[in-house]
Design a protein around this ligand. Structure first.
Ligand code: NDP
Length: 329
């Protein structure tokens, strides 16, 4: 493949979102955030643009904004693209949930990226935290007013949320002056999110699916139970279309109107992951993949589960809070 032409979805405010985004969360290790080595990520972004990626998903907490901005700016300087060919999504971190903090937070992100607007600004979690990572009592509706402010100010073209559950999303939509264009949640064969997808469709919102490969790939350096890259059910579908199983799983998301956010820093896999727009799954194949659903989440910050706005099901033995540990060091 040379350069894939990625289709675009129309958002409820008339703007267009490319149907797949490059995920750019490089992970945390015990000492904190894993940083990109030797500007690797800026080069990945430039390669990604060459092969057709037009949408980049980042967040203030990932510490990748600088390099994403650098890659995009270099490609604009080269004349390969214009700013309005690219769709940039970033996210507000939990410690900046007060209404008046939101413009400052987005300006910080824009400064790091060297851009004067983003295309989509998401509230990363409904959970507000103080600077010391203790729970704050800022309501997510107050934070949403801040997101509405930054759209009105022109710092972002669109606004949305991430990691809201269905009830929280309904509360938000009921009170919002500006309706969210998108909700970003975990979507993969073990977490198919049918309810949120259906509700989003009824509200003309886009679902963005994070961790799209689920158990197909290693997570936190480990294999988890669930369909693997050589799962026979997926291999059979992949053979039929002359594709790989990761491509089938990404296409399953496209065919369910989910914008997948596959992360790769490897050129071969970058190409593989975007080469999914020349085939389409049949309904019964979508349903075969849906059957892997077993409610497994790989992002489950149970250390926040006593927060009043924790969005997920509570578990018996919550994890220790890694953010608090980080502070003590
Ligand atoms: P992914 O499901 O994208 O998996 C990434 C892993 O899969 C990497 O180890 C990558 O390795 C590997 N990989 C990529 N392509 C292939 C392939 N074709 N075949 C085999 N292995 C492959 O997981 P993430 O958790 O990173 O999620 C994706 C993105 O979603 C994040 O980067 C972030 O942008 C977003 N996200 C948002 C969250 C939120 O709270 N809103 C939470 C989590 C993620 P390699 O790089 O070597 O190819």
């Amino acid at each position: 493949i040379i350069c894939v032409e990625v289709p675009k979805l129309k958002l409820n405010n008339g703007k267009l979102m490319p149907a797949i985004a490059l995920g750019t969360y490089l992970g945390f290790d015990q000492g904190g955030v894993v940083k990109s080595v030797n500007k690797q990520l800026a080069n990945v972004v430039m390669n990604a643009i060459d092969i057709g990626y037009r949408h980049f998903d980042t967040a203030a907490i990932y510490e990748t904004e600088e390099e994403i901005g650098e890659g995009i700016r270099k490609k604009i300087e080269e004349g390969a693209i214009n700013r309005d060919d690219i769709f940039v999504t970033t996210k507000l971190w939990n410690t900046q949930h007060k209404r008046e903090q939101v413009p400052l937070a987005l300006k910080q992100s824009l400064n790091k990226m060297g851009l004067n607007y983003v295309d989509l600004y998401l509230m990363h979690w409904p959970i507000g935290l103080n600077d010391d990572y203790t729970f704050s009592d800022v309501d997510f509706m107050e934070t949403w007013r801040g997101l509405e402010d930054v759209q009105t100010m022109g710092l972002t073209k669109s606004i949305g949320v991430s990691n809201f559950n269905l009830d929280q999303l309904k509360i938000l939509i009921k009170d919002a002056s500006i309706k969210p264009v998108a909700i970003q949640v975990e979507v993969h064969p073990q977490m198919i999110q049918s309810e949120i997808i259906e509700y989003a469709k009824s509200e003309d919102m886009v679902v963005m699916g994070y961790s799209p490969f689920g158990s197909l790939v290693m997570r936190y350096g480990m294999q988890f139970p669930g369909p693997k890259i050589d799962e026979p059910v997926l291999v059979e579908i992949a053979r039929k279309y002359n594709k790989t199983t990761p491509q089938v799983v990404l296409r399953w998301q496209i065919d369910r109107n989910v914008v997948p956010l596959p992360k790769s820093t490897n050129l071969k896999r970058l190409k593989e992951n975007i080469d999914i727009f020349d085939f389409k799954l049949e309904q019964h194949e979508i349903e075969i993949i849906n059957k892997f659903h077993n409610n497994v989440r790989y992002t489950l910050p149970s250390f926040w589960q006593t927060h009043p706005y924790y969005p997920f099901e509570k578990i018996d033995n919550p994890q220790a809070n890694p953010f608090l540990n980080k502070r003590k060091e």
